[in-house]
Write a protein that binds this ligand. Sequence first.
Ligand SMILES: Nc1ncnc2c1ncn2[C@@H]1O[C@H](COP(=O)(O)OP(=O)(O)OP(=O)(O)O)[C@@H](O)[C@H]1O
Length: 252
Amino acid sequence: MDNVLEIRDLSVSYTKLNKAVKDVNVDLQKNTVTAIMGPSGCGKSTLLRAINRMHELYPEILTEGEVRLNGQNIFEMNAMNVRRKIGMVFQRPNPFLNMSIFDNVLAGYKLNNIHLSKSEKEEIVEKSLQRVALWDEVKDRMRRRGTFLSGGQQQRLCIARTVALKPEVILMDEPTSALDPVSTNKIEDLIFELREQFSIVIVTHNMSQAARVSDYSMFMYLGELVEFGDTKQMFTTPKDPRTEQYLTGKFS
Ligand SMILES: Nc1ncnc2c1ncn2[C@@H]1O[C@H](COP(=O)(O)OP(=O)(O)OP(=O)(O)O)[C@@H](O)[C@H]1O
């Protein structure tokens, strides 16, 4: 197996008394989509944020254990480097509204102080926008701000901004929950295609979305990883009674 992420005994605590994520152990393979499911407050977003060291911005949050990216412990790597290699797409599209579409795609390079020539910039912008199927819609308006874009287009622009940095892993925290059904379909198709090049971890509340886009699923409950496995298998024959209860709508 070619693992891109190996998570070992990972725990995250917001307070001394309680762990929001408890001793999670899981291996994620390259070029797969993994869905993280579970009821509200079970630790899905906390786990996702720990995978790109976002909690470090808040010293009171304690993270224990290891996350290995291609064998290397991310907590021993340069944090900026980790966030370049493990990109994040958020629930609400968050393009920089004061920047042009062109500059939005390149924002990660600017943030990382990476200098690019004019032709490199043009190539990265075009390729990234093509990768998210937005190029044709915006190619004549690259120097305009992204404010005229629809919510779905803005989310694809945010994915282009992540893809532009050529990450190994893309983390997505409910990337379609603020979008209409048509835009949601487009993002789901995109997730399916992006797995050829990247490994994707997506938090979703929507079980049918998990079934549509993911190869593997994780079911979390009260901070624990209750079950991990092939998505089809988990949906048809879940191993743990709690997974079955969740999938059959007994609690949400
Ligand atoms: N910044 C924070 N400070 C204190 N507690 C927090 C913080 N963020 C989350 N929590 C708590 O940690 C637990 C896990 O929250 P988390 O947001 O990771 O769950 P989730 O499964 O993503 O929930 P949802 O599906 O509602 O987004 C919850 O009990 C939540 O109240």
